[in-house]
Design a protein around this ligand. Sequence first.
Ligand SMILES: NCc1[nH]cc(CCC(=O)O)c1CC(=O)O
Length: 353
Amino acid sequence: MTSASSSGPLLRVGTRGSQLALTQTQTVADRLADLTGLPVEIVRIQTDGDVRTGSLTQLGGTGVFVTALRDALLDGRCDVAVHSLKDLPVAPAPGLRLVSPERVDPADVLCTRTGDGLAALPIGARVGTGSPRRAAQLRAARPDLEILDIRGNIDTRLGRVHPETGDLDGVVLARAGLERIGRLDAVAEAFAPDVMLPAPGQGALAVEAREAGDDVAATALDDAITAAFDALADHATTLSVAAERAFLARLEAGCAAPLGALAHVVDRAPVPGRTGGDPPPDVVSGGQPPVRREELVLDAVAVTLDGRTVERRTARVLATADAGLTVDDAVALGTRVADEIAAAMPDVVGTGR
Ligand SMILES: NCc1[nH]cc(CCC(=O)O)c1CC(=O)O
């Protein structure tokens, strides 16, 4: 499909068949074609989640979408698979390696029939979401709303707030999905993180491949994928999603848990006598190069399903000297925040699986 040249092995990129999946896979396939110089083909893999109907909670979470793609990788029907990272269970997948390219804006957004934002919605307005995380945070922000459990692809959900034919006042969606299918025009309001924190990994992709063989067995394709993955992986995204997913994993919670988490990396250049605030200019007085330090900041929330109890934490880890942060630092941060939230709200542990 994205065939670039005819030399060398073919790189087959597996995807789900939804419009969102195809669009994001095409973006990754184009980059893989550039990075490897190999001919690239997109292979659609039918998943159980695409053929069954019913609520996601009944299906046991979105992990069903992932299993079929991983099976296709392990069977050799494709060489690389592209997922939405937030749909990926936190458990590591034996035999596979994974990278996260740079994420897009992870915010949740409100799309409304009138184009009004949350504050302008009338008392008792009907808002649709299939996500307990979004429902609980909406209830916390606006206890008067009537929250309806909806599902379907992005177009179906946008149809529920069509100006003429819509039957709901609003729906909540990930901005990332709308961006990828070119429907940002539908956004009435992007939720600030203090109103709604996204799902761990939202806005990020996971690109997976079989583990490379050992030195002897590694094929030309393995080597090409290794080099391409090194170039695709985004450091800040990798650290952020590691913290977010460690938070989720520590709470032994699933994608249907009323938990949100969002991390970001700040490039700090501390100057003596200054703490926090905006990063100062690159050059400090005396001509000394500034000591730039990476800081990872994690915002996390757990909410009861009724929206009445909200536990919110912000925690950070600052790199020592000029060494960068590692995934282990990120995991430790996510784990620490999870332990704090679990201590305050023990019932949240093990929910939404
Ligand atoms: N729940 C399904 C899903 N999985 C990934 C996205 C798109 C956002 C992303 O890539 O994180 C969506 C749609 C949505 O939540 O509105």
